[in-house]
Design a protein around this ligand. Structure first.
Ligand code: HMG
Length: 376
């Protein structure tokens, strides 16, 4: 029996900062960001959003009433949790109006938890093929002002519906490797991660070499903490894909930045949206990396007729249909994000949510979050 991703959706905040604006303020040559790191834009989370609203937007873009009734498990992968006890998925459950016979878990393993969740979901559905699992990933990659990581920041969410007889992609088992490493970590008292950027790139490539399947794929997608990580990874990979294909693999990341757990799947969406080839029955390689550290290589086979459940025009429109903000607005939104997640004080009426948003954070009362579905 085939098990895999029946549908996939994504959400990125409706505002972005162009790297030209950041380079100007940081006295850097813009080519360092656009050519060296490969980032053109950075998604910036707005005040009435958080990891829950982003996950809701992604899930809402793919789920029908029938899907909602069949979901009995939500796995929410994040490394930017909003609560040490309560799972962010509980809020998603309420706002999506899902049934009550459902298990909800939040999973953490740096940027790898979404891949781990997907693989666990596959095994679960294999044992109970009538069930569907909603795998969510939602993160805000925030390194702090004036840090080397600042140019690689981003925010976004991915939603995947895992089922038997998937219409999008059959997902195959992966090969994984783990070793405790000090490349990137954020202890609970820190707002931003401690990062040894150059060590982290070496750790990433080392993990890739360990799980490299030595197989040829039409495309291979990579976890992309910044777009040119795919270029670096492709150089140490046994079956590198062409420069032209790497451009397709990294196109969406270039426009968004790091979305941590969702980054690998954003790369898959990029390929599904932009590949010139017919992808039906083609197998795509997927390399997932999480600092700290773990690497997994798996593959997935795109199903015949997948375009019935994957609307590439809608994906491209979602990416294009954003508003640019200036540096001052970026500074105020990120300062606000930091303050909100530390003080847990928030009232939405102080801000006007973006007209495209369907879900907003309305209020926080002593840490309890109240969300609102925007009536359109
Ligand atoms: P940096 O050290 O400031 O930059 O930050 P650099 O000096 O290494 O320059 C970057 C590139 O730009 C270099 O190219 C330069 O030559 C080039 P490379 O040698 O790499 O090919 N460059 C220029 N190119 C054109 N014109 C110019 C110019 N100037 C320089 N004028 C770094 C870079 C990535 C280290 C930093 O942004 C950082 O620390 N980022 C965060 C950490 C990170 O992304 N690590 C990646 C692997 S770890 C990972 O993937 C896990 C993660 O997602 C977290 C998780 O798992 O939870 C991060």
């Amino acid at each position: 029996m085939k098990i895999g991703i029946d549908k996939i959706g994504f959400y990125v905040p409706r505002y972005y900062l162009d790297m030209t604006s950041l380079a100007k303020e940081r006295n850097q040559d813009v080519n360092k960001y656009k050519i060296g790191i490969g980032q053109h834009k950075m998604s910036v989370i707005s005040p009435a959003e958080d990891i829950v609203t982003m996950a809701l937007e992604a899930a809402n873009s793919i789920l029908t009433k029938e899907d909602k009734a069949a979901i009995d498990t939500i796995l929410f992968a994040t490394e930017t949790a909003i609560d040490y006890s309560k799972a962010a998925g509980n809020y998603v459950h309420r706002m999506l109006g899902l049934q009550h016979n459902i298990r909800i878990l939040e999973l953490k393993q740096a940027c790898y938890a979404a891949t781990g969740s997907l693989q666990l979901a596959l095994d679960y559905v294999r044992m109970q093929p009538d069930k569907k699992v909603l795998v969510l990933s939602s993160d805000v990659a925030w390194y702090g002002f004036n840090t080397p990581g600042e140019a690689t920041q981003g925010a976004g969410a991915i939603a995947m519906l895992v089922s038997a007889n998937p219409r999008l992609a059959q997902v195959h088992k992966g090969t994984f490797t783990t070793e405790e490493l000090p490349d990137f970590y954020r202890p609970s008292y820190q707002e931003i991660p401690t990062v040894d950027g150059h060590l982290s790139i070496r750790c990433y490539n080392d993990m890739l070499k360990r799980v490299d399947p030595h197989t040829n794929f039409l495309y291979t997608c990579f976890h992309m903490p910044f777009a040119n990580m795919a270029v670096k990874a492709n150089k140490v990979y046994s079956h590198p894909i062409s420069d032209e294909k790497i451009e397709v693999v990294k196109a969406f990341t270039q426009e968004v930045g790091n979305i941590y757990n969702g980054s690998l799947f954003l790369s898959l969406i990029s390929v599904l949206s932009l590949a010139k080839e017919n992808l039906e029955n083609e197998t795509i390689g997927m390399f997932s990396y999480g600092s700290g550290a773990i690497g997994e290589f798996f593959s997935l086979t795109i199903q015949e007729g997948y375009e019935k459940v994957f609307n590439k025009d809608a994906m491209l429109k979602h990416l294009d249909d954003r508003d640019e903000i200036n540096f001052e607005t970026y500074q105020s939104y990120m300062s606000f994000y930091k303050e909100k997640e530390v003080t847990h004080q928030f009232i939405e009426s102080d801000f006007t949510p973006h007209a495209q948003n369907n879900f907003v954070l309305e209020q926080m009362i002593q840490g309890h979050r109240i969300y609102k579905k925007v009536s359109k």
